[in-house]
Ligand binder design. Sequence first.
Ligand code: ATP
Ligand code: MG
Length: 416
Amino acid sequence: LPTIMQQAIPVLEKLGEQGYEAVFVGGCVRDTVMGLSIKDVDIATSARPEQVLALFPRCIPTGLQHGTVTVLHNGIPYEVTTYRTESEYEKHRRPAQVEFIDRLDGDLLRRDLTINAMAMYADGELYDPFQGIEDLRHKVIRCVGDADARFQEDALRMLRTIRFASQFGFSIAHQTWRALIKHRELLQFIAMERVFAELDRMVSGAAPQHALHLLSVSRLLLYCGTPLAAADKLGEAYLANPDSFKPFTQIHKLQHPDMRYAAMLMVDYLTTIEADETLKALRLPTARVNSIMAVLHMHSQLIMKQDEDLRLTWTNAVIQYGETAARGWLSIAQWDPHQVLHPYANLFMEWLDNMPALNLKQLKLNGKQLAGGLNQEPGTWMGRMLQRLLLQVALGKLPNEQEALLAQAQIWNIED
Ligand code: ATP
Ligand code: MG
């Protein structure tokens, strides 16, 4: 057993001493069998929540109605959940009813995928009634039991199926895939926040290209509750040319998840408005929408003005959208050797690295100094003048020194 599971054994043993059954379940069992590092340790038990609460001095009733108690042992939290069945799934999502049961196999039966429905005893022995091990060995994602029924109960499982298939590079069992296609319109019942949580794990994960392939082929995202303006067009474009569609096939080369979204949305047949609508429909946090959109706006400006003075265009864009957006755009421009703007990326990078000031904060002259130096009343003219000075400094045409900046301001003042 990996160390973090060994550390949890006293929790299992304490439950065992009282005559309850307790086992490791879910992702930690799967990841241990696969030899992967595990994130968190989940425990299932025949003890009822109030019995768990009574047994451990330090615990938090995190989800009592679902049977979950978080037990703190040596400062580490463990989710201890009572064996349960689920029923009366309302509108194809989370169950309205859970019923506590005494038997482990009933608890495993309610789980989504065979590889997620294995249990492990404290001594490392596996309990695997649905042949999850076989599926791990053959690298197959398969629903527990009847796939049709499982997706009808909870439509989020369709996205989880694709997420796990891409995460592990597994294929999807024939029946499971057929059921997914058959029931894909049920995704409309799942809250967009939960859709996005799964999608984000796919896009940020190790094999986003695999997930995007499965999403395109299944067209699953076209059935979201809120339409995603970009999903249809991107999926079509990919399917028309699956091997050379760089926004999907090369996407794993980008480190930052938000730049992965930006790269996908940076295709010429999507407008920035459609991109913005899509991100908002997905309920991305505003800060993330803003950082992605800054890169996309910057991109359309660079494309539009690529015949003009390049250094001026780039410098203006950097000042307007900021250094983070500029570096994000550069990371995308550099990933793909065929991108139109790529030849300029190295040049742009060099200009950016050598810009003495990128914003007013870095300018060695502030409004007060400017007004004082010119002996004028403060006013809105200062902002305009400082921006004008900043551009000259960023272009390397004016030293970033207070004296030189004031002198230039005086000249412009007389000229105007
Ligand atoms: P990860 O490493 O991504 O956390 P995980 O398997 O731990 O993987 P969780 O979402 O944390 O995934 O869920 C824990 C367990 O609960 C799963 O392994 C699975 O057995 C069960 N489970 C989670 N979501 C569902 C669902 N929608 N339907 C059925 N069972 C589910
Ligand atoms: Mg988990």
